[in-house]
Design a protein around this ligand. Structure first.
Ligand SMILES: Cc1cc2nc3c(=O)[nH]c(=O)nc-3n(C[C@H](O)[C@H](O)[C@H](O)COP(=O)(O)O)c2cc1C
Length: 217
């Protein structure tokens, strides 16, 4: 076996030099990932960024479960694919039309690639959080999730977001050993990117920013 290329990473300094706004503008779904392992200390670092998110009353309801064991990743991948493939099938059909927009085709292909390679993604980072008054507090977890995504961008890790597994959430949560009052709401597949981070396609701010009152544009 060759030397671990990630062993030379200085976890403390990596990513600290990326300007915040530039990092935000070049943060995108990176779904083509190498199977190479990610050091635990680096997983800790991006999750720690998650914990700096705001939450109602500063209750900090989040729990992160990083799954790296190959058998456990295969367990998840198999179930994710079962949900994802029928979900994406109509779009795959529509994409056969020659006038199907190229940007949409790219997103779709990336999502299909991720589903097909899910078992090879080195880290499945599940995000769960306490219920409050019996209800899941999903809105309290997404700021933390976004921080993790941005931290991945900063340190050079590829990441994206999946929620389709919510279709088998009770089974998944039991598999992860989560208590019933701490359900998962999302998974962040993380690994070293096969492709570079890019500025994602977004509509102009001028199409969605209004001052004082809404005015149709
Ligand atoms: C709430 C939410 C749920 C998502 N669920 C999934 C999912 O289940 N599977 C998937 O492949 N991508 C999922 N995504 C990722 C989006 O498809 C992706 O962010 C979007 O296409 C923009 O990608 P870009 O930043 O590269 O342009 C989800 C994103 C969000 C915000």
């Amino acid at each position: 076996m060759g030397a671990d290329p990630t062993s030379s990473i200085d976890v403390e300094s990596i990513g600290e030099d990326v300007p915040l706004l530039e990092g935000i503008r070049t943060s995108c779904a990176v779904r083509r990932l190498k199977p190479d392992p990610v050091p635990r200390e680096l997983i800790r670092k991006v999750c720690e960024a998650g914990t700096f998110a705001p939450s109602g009353g500063n209750r900090q309801p989040w729990t992160f479960v990083a799954v790296t064991d190959p058998q456990r990743r295969a367990w998840f991948a198999e179930r994710y694919r079962k949900i994802f493939m029928p979900y994406i099938a109509p779009a795959v059909e529509r994409a056969k039309a020659p006038d199907f927009p190229e940007a949409k085709r790219k997103i779709m292909n990336g999502a299909v690639y991720l589903a097909e390679h899910m078992h090879e993604v080195p880290v499945h980072l599940f995000v769960a959080g306490w219920k409050r008054r019996g209800d899941p507090q999903i809105q309290a977890l997404f700021p933390a999730i976004e921080n993790v995504l941005l931290a991945c961008r900063a340190v050079g890790l590829g990441a994206s977001l999946t929620t389709l597994q919510q279709a088998f959430q009770p089974e998944l949560d039991a598999y992860l050993g989560l208590p019933a009052d701490t359900p998962t709401c999302a998974m962040i597949p993380i690994g070293w990117p096969k492709v570079k981070h890019r500025r994602p396609a977004r509509r102009s701010i001028d199409t969605c920013l209004h001052f004082e009152t809404f005015e149709a544009k």
